[in-house]
Design a protein around this ligand. Structure first.
Ligand SMILES: [Zn+2]
Length: 645
């Protein structure tokens, strides 16, 4: 098995996952195939939807003498006539629905192995939301025990070990940690169907977050039994890679149609709000007039079209950097989902999410409503403002929200004020306080807010602004005329120098600007835009400012300065000795060669690549955070830019 991150956004990831039967792009959806009743044959699914992976139930095959015989003889792929990857379930859900199913936990794992399943699942204990803590604890204990015993039986099959723990986050996390310590390959999050059926999305989110916290980040995570597209974007943003859908068939049986925003009854629709091939071919009344079997089939096809379309939308959002926008839009369609989104505001969840949040994105941050201000990117900005930014001067002039970039918009005012007095300039923006030096940095310049923001955002912003301006001498913009000329302070601090110094500290941490800007500085600006491009220190090009996100790209000489100025392990990615020659040649760093890493590095941060003795080898840009670098066995961890030859 290989599993590697190709693109990422929020805590979601677009990965390449391979089994013996080929490569699968994640996030992805596994349609559930009932071997007794194949409404749409797997081959047909592959043709119509490009289905790369599906799931069938080994327990159903096992308990039917004929199917069992066939599966053992020719394998599960031939049995259901599908040559892509096949995951099998174990009967856990059946034992939850029908009570005791009399199944030997090891026997069913061996059976899945023997019929050639690509991913087999342990027979875990389904934890229900109604369980007492003791019951849930007992179930988790037994699940872990069964997982331990199942691992030696897996052979070449990938083994899925399901995280249980009912609605107790600490039990979920404990279960996830214990399972991650085993030679397991795949982690479903189980016992969540009752939460979904009752739209208990806030509890579902707590379960996912707790499991993710404890899980090995380098393994695929499957939200077991989650087949409604409504939940896909949020679950992906929290790091779920796989979903399975029996919903497409179940809902079709019941005359119901799935949509990105929820479910509609065919009987209630006068028009079909969809353009899939089914809804393009039939009108609502034509669909109703079909005979039951045909109608159910057509509804099932529609349900799959919508589900796969949502997966495509999510993958596009990950690649494009607009996954949070998608999550927030979808959540506004369902109040319970909206409540679930609010769970993420809690500091412990925000802090976890911030570790996975990319430093910069291809697209601007778009406001969708009161939840936007609580995104991890903005949380990071606010946190760093208090820990990494140092105002240069005593007096601060506060401007109201204006056109971006603010320093350009208010350039005349700045000039007039600076002639009288050396001060700091801050904009009270919709995103929080923004010192002028930072106004080109992601996401401050790369954000779009409406002219009028909601009350909740205003209150949140006010808190941050008040905290930021506390103990400072503050002059409101409309009081500027009262500023008296200070003859003694005629020597101005250069605004460009203030900008590069402040951004360096925000991006690399306090002390970075001193380390980088020690010497005679020459700033080269773009002739076309007038913006800062390259920074030369004592005749050497140390770093460049990127036009798209206002952050720095490190040159090797900038790396040398940071390496000298910032103590280990700051900004470092440590590679093993055997990787050293490759890095020196300029090759990128693969995760399996990472020995250690600064815990403060985030995906897409600039970093220093060093050997085990902390000798600088190269500079580059991270693709993973520390936990991921240390866990992943496949894929790139750092893209090397410039190395010491
Ligand atoms: Zn449709």
């Amino acid at each position: 098995m290989t599993f590697e991150i190709k693109e990422r956004d929020a805590a979601g990831r677009l990965c390449k996952f391979t089994t013996k039967h080929g490569a699968v792009t994640t996030p992805n959806l596994l349609p559930v195939i009932n071997p007794n009743k194949m409404m749409i044959p797997p081959k047909e699914m592959k043709k119509r939807f490009g289905t790369e992976i599906l799931i069938t139930n080994s327990y159903i095959i096992y308990k039917d003498a004929k199917l069992r015989q066939q599966a053992l003889q020719k394998g599960v792929h031939k049995l259901i006539d599908f040559n892509g990857s096949i995951m099998t379930d174990s009967g856990t859900f059946q034992s939850y629905v029908y009570g005791d199913v009399k199944l030997d936990p090891l026997e069913i794992v061996r059976f899945q192995r023997d019929i050639g399943s690509d991913i087999g699942t342990i027979l875990d204990i389904f934890g229900t939301p109604g369980q007492t803590r003791e019951e849930a604890e007992q179930g988790v204990k037994e699940t872990i025990l069964r997982a331990k015993k199942s691992v030696p039986e897996k052979g070449e099959m990938l083994l899925a070990c399901t995280v249980q723990g009912s609605v107790y986050p600490d039990l979920r996390e404990h279960c996830a940690q214990q399972l991650s310590a085993l030679e397991a390959d795949f982690f479903p999050i189980g016992g969540v169907v009752p939460l979904m059926e009752n739209q208990r999305y806030p509890d579902l989110v707590r379960c996912i977050l707790a499991a993710k916290r404890g899980l090995d980040p380098s393994k695929p995570v499957h939200l077991f039994g989650a087949g409604h597209p409504l939940i896909f974007p949020l679950a992906v943003a929290l790091g779920c890679d796989f979903f399975d859908s029996s919903a497409y068939a179940k809902y079709a049986d019941d005359g119901r149609m799935l949509f990105q925003w929820g479910t509609e009854k065919l009987d209630d629709l006068t028009e079909l709000p969809c353009c899939c091939p089914v809804c393009s071919k039939y009108t609502a009344s034509e669909l109703r007039e079909l005979d039951v079997k045909e109608r159910t089939l057509q509804l099932a096809l529609h349900n799959l079209f919508v589900s796969f379309a949502e997966m495509k939308t999510i993958r596009a959002a990950i690649t494009g950097g607009w996954l949070w926008e998608l999550v927030e839009q979808r959540a506004s369609a369902n109040p319970s989902l909206y409540d679930a989104l609010r769970v993420l505001r809690q500091p412990e969840h925000l802090s976890w999410l911030e570790h996975y949040e990319p430093t910069s994105k291809k697209t601007a941050l778009f406001y969708t409503g009161p939840q936007t201000i609580h995104r991890p990117t903005i949380y990071r900005y606010h946190t760093r403002l208090f820990t990494r930014y140092e105002p240069l001067l005593k007096t601060t002039i506060v401007f109201p929200e204006g056109t971006k970039p603010y320093s350009m918009f208010y350039s005349r005012e700045i000039k007039n004020i600076l002639e009288k007095k050396n001060v700091n300039f801050v904009v009270e923006s919709h995103l929080g306080p923004i010192p002028f030096e930072l106004d080109e940095m992601y996401p401050l310049a790369q954000s779009v807010f409406p002219n009028e923001i909601d009350q909740e955002t205003r209150e949140k912003i006010k808190q941050v602004v008040d905290k930021f301006l506390k103990n400072k001498t503050v002059i409101r913009w409309d009081e500027c005329t009262t500023i008296k000329e200070e003859k003694s302070q005629k020597q101005n601090v250069d605004l460009d120098m203030r900008r590069i110094s402040a951004v360096a500290n925000m991006q690399f941490g306090r002390g970075a600007s001193e380390a980088l800007l020690n010497g005679k500085i020459t700033i080269i600006k773009s002739k076309r835009t007038g913006k800062i491009r390259n920074i030369i220190c004592d005749g050497v090009h140390v770093f460049s400012m990127r036009a798209e996100d206002g952050l720095f790209t490190l040159k090797l000489d900038g790396g040398r300065r940071l390496h000298m100025g910032l103590k280990y392990p700051l900004l470092r990615v440590v590679v093993t000795n055997d990787a050293e020659p490759f890095v020196k040649e300029g090759k990128s760093v693969f995760a399996k060669f990472v020995k250690d890493c600064d815990p403060d590095l985030r995906p897409f941060d600039e970093c220093l690549i060093v050997n085990e003795n902390d000798t600088l080898l190269a500079v580059g840009r991270t693709l993973l955070n520390r936990d991921e670098m240390l866990a992943f066995r496949h894929g790139m961890a750092v893209k090397t830019r410039e190395s010491i030859k």
